[in-house]
Design a protein around this ligand. Structure first.
Ligand code: AMP
Length: 417
């Protein structure tokens, strides 16, 4: 069975084609600048040279058409025909309370994703364009949706509610949802496998530290708390996002700087975090480089970033009454030995003992970076959200005949209210 995984943004679309017999990636790529006459298609077929083409791609249906045509191209292609794709799995950022797991796309599912546009105005409409574009190009191929929020739907109310009038939750579903759930789920399960212990017996803190960053408390294999909130702005300091701050900063800044709510929102999402404090970059590589060169603002940005992350790990140790394992993943988490070392060397009170040599090794492999005496296992586990989406799609479509899932779609989960 072959599964095409799609991550559609408003002006971009990433894809990976999996052969589920051995979970190998047959091709991966992306279309950028959708909507322009100079859109860029980058295609990496396994075992063949990368292709990069600039062409007019004005909307998502055309983008999917281009992707399909390059997948069956006689030189760069990896398929004889589009009909060899058995199912398509989409990443969807926000599943609200309706979706506690991945589902097959049905008219009801699409309706519900549309209802959630308000909660994720930058993401969900783009995902819907991706779903419709696949429908237009491959009308008989079953599709699934895998939600970033679904893994966190196990959080208890004392963790997901905000201490504001509960009528706001009842009327508008204002609550913590959490994000990066696909990644937190994947790395927590891989960690248990790595340790050879049942995930049900473990208290794990998963640190997904990329451009966006979140920490999750995973107890017994389920999410019990996570640092992102109703939107991906809450929680850790990130590349360009502020993370936690006093909500009173918003009206105060609006008044003092004569800014609109949208301008403040844009400041907090796009012009804060590492970028704002360093005045240099949102990219941790550049921050670390500048620190080495003695840049004081970069040093301050790094120290704030690490301090806020460490406080969350401590909070989740308190939330779970201890930690058995800390997992590092995503761009910064997998690559910044400096951040891992600084954070973990301040967690000795929890019984964390870092193996400095193991931590310094650069590798794409899953690995232990704590010593064998450490009370808390510290692991680096590369995340693979696309593989989870492909596996979920394979599971939902049945791993049977192509199209089986479309004939027998999972029922839409009920609202949890
Ligand atoms: P992600 O959002 O998971 O793709 O992570 C992207 C981020 O990872 C980049 O913006 C960088 O800040 C960070 N990153 C990638 N490579 C390194 C590295 N070698 N050292 C530190 N940070 C890195």
């Amino acid at each position: 069975m072959r599964v095409l995984v799609i991550n559609a943004g408003s002006s971009s679309l990433k894809y990976q084609l999996y052969d589920m017999r051995d979970e190998s990636v047959l091709a991966a790529g992306k279309v950028e600048r959708i909507g322009m006459d100079t859109a860029i298609l980058t295609h990496e077929p396994a075992g063949k040279a990368e292709v990069r083409e600039v062409r007019e791609i004005l909307e998502h249906t055309a983008a999917i058409r281009q992707v399909l045509s390059v997948l069956v191209h006689k030189e760069h292609g990896v398929l004889g025909s589009v009909s060899e794709i058995d199912a398509v799995g989409h990443r969807v950022v926000h599943g609200g309370e309706a979706f506690k797991q991945s589902v097959v796309v049905t008219p009801e599912v699409k309706q519900e994703i549309k209802r959630l546009f308000d909660l994720a105005p930058l993401h969900n409409p783009a995902h819907m364009l991706g779903i419709q574009a696949v429908e237009a190009n491959m009308p008989n191929v079953p599709q699934t949706v895998v939600f970033d929020t679904a893994f966190h739907q196990t959080m208890p109310p004392n963790s997901y509610l905000y201490p504001i009038p509960l009528a706001l939750y009842r009327r508008h579903k204002i609550r913590k949802y959490g994000f990066h759930g696909t990644s937190h789920m994947f790395v927590s399960r891989r960690a248990a496998e790595f340790l050879g212990r049942p995930v049900e017996q473990l208290k794990i803190v998963t640190c997904h530290i990329g451009n966006g960053a979140s920490v999750t408390a995973v107890r017994g294999g389920v999410s019990v708390d996570t640092s992102m909130g109703m939107t991906p702005l809450e929680g850790l300091m990130m590349g360009t996002r502020s993370g936690d701050l006093d909500p009173a900063v918003v009206p105060y800044t609006m008044g003092k700087e004569d800014l609109t709510i949208n301008e403040v929102s844009s400041m907090l999402n796009k012009h804060s975090g590492l970028l704002a404090v360093s005045g240099l970059s949102s990219d941790m590589r550049e921050i670390e480089q500048a620190m080495e060169e003695g840049n004081q603002n970069a040093k301050l940005a790094f120290e704030m970033y690490e301090y806020r992350l460490r406080k969350y790990i401590g909070a989740y140790a308190a939330a779970m009454n201890g930690i058995d394992c800390i997992v590092w993943t995503a761009g910064v988490g997998e690559n910044s030995s400096l951040l891992r070392e600084r954070t973990c060397s301040n967690l000795e009170y929890l019984g964390v003992k870092m193996d400095r040599e193991a931590n310094a090794v650069r590798s794409k492999q899953e690995r232990r970076i704590s010593t064998f005496e450490s009370k808390v296992e510290v692991l680096v586990i590369p995340t693979n959200e696309e593989l989870v989406i492909a596996k979920e799609t394979y599971r939902l479509i049945g791993g049977n005949e192509a199209g089986a899932g479309a004939k027998n779609p999972e029922k839409l989960p009920q609202h949890a209210t």
